[in-house]
Design a protein around this ligand. Structure first.
Ligand code: A5P
Length: 236
């Protein structure tokens, strides 16, 4: 099925790929928008405007895609400080807080985001919301040992919890071998409070609330591209 947002994703991705400078350690996100960014970076390596990059991929799928396009891929352990990461998101609120994880790579995406000096998020305007949780559930990655205890805790916090499955109908497994719950909290009034509660549950490997992590958000609409910056003092 054709993606109605494909044109916007291409415009936003082109804008983001132009931010990449030779010689840096570059974090590569996961998902359909990040895939367009990876393709555009591959083009820039091909035309010689980018060289000496080392890329840290947020998923095996992105690593494979990058290698195919001639982008040198390293590991976070070899390059633990990432200069710039470009990634997509499922929702962006007016404070540039995010929900991520519809693609199932949220754990590695959060690790790479936290290791990055600059995190640039690329979305089309359908992802912009007043309140996180308005478009879909919150992905929560759970270690198998704690699956049922975490399910009960998420329910106690008010979520309707579904088990994510893959295209074959079997449980979706992340690159780390964990499961994903899609936890529907509805629009989230206090994302910081919810994030703190989820951070306190030991069996959760990662949740999709990415708060205070994005430095810049590139939003593509039918009329153009809006490049939003976080005020310097807000990044901790
Ligand atoms: C991957 O786990 C996600 O966090 C993606 O970054 C997010 O789902 C956006 O994906 P699309 O660009 O495909 O909408």
């Amino acid at each position: 099925m054709p993606d109605p947002s494909a044109g916007k994703k291409r415009r936003a991705a082109g804008h983001a790929a132009a931010l990449v400078e030779p010689g840096i350690v570059l974090g590569l996100g996961t998902g359909s928008t990040a895939a367009v960014v990876v393709a555009k970076i591959g083009d820039r390596i091909g035309d010689g405007s980018l060289h000496d990059l080392r890329a840290v991929a947020t998923s095996r799928e992105t690593a494979r895609r990058a290698r195919r396009l001639g982008i040198p891929v390293t590991t976070l352990n070899r390059a633990p400080v990432v200069d710039l990461t470009i990634d997509g998101a499922d929702e962006v609120d007016p404070d540039m807080n995010l929900i991520k994880g519809a693609g199932g790579a949220l754990f590695r995406e959060k690790i790479v985001a936290e290791a990055s000096s600059r995190l640039v998020i690329v979305v089309d305007d359908t992802k912009c919301v007043d309140r996180l949780g308005s478009r879909g559930p919150l992905p929560v990655e759970v270690v198998p040992f704690a699956r049922e205890s975490v399910r009960r805790k998420l329910r106690a916090l008010g979520a309707k919890v579904s088990d994510r499955t893959g295209p074959d109908g079997r449980p979706f497994l992340t690159d780390g071998g964990n499961r994903i719950f899609d936890a529907d909290f509805g629009p989230i009034r206090t994302p910081r409070r919810l994030a703190a509660r989820l951070d306190g549950i030991a069996g959760i490997a990662a949740h999709g609330l990415f708060l205070d992590l994005a430095d810049e958000v590139i939003v593509a609409s039918d009329t153009g591209v809006d490049h939003r910056m976080r005020k310097m003092q807000e990044r901790t």
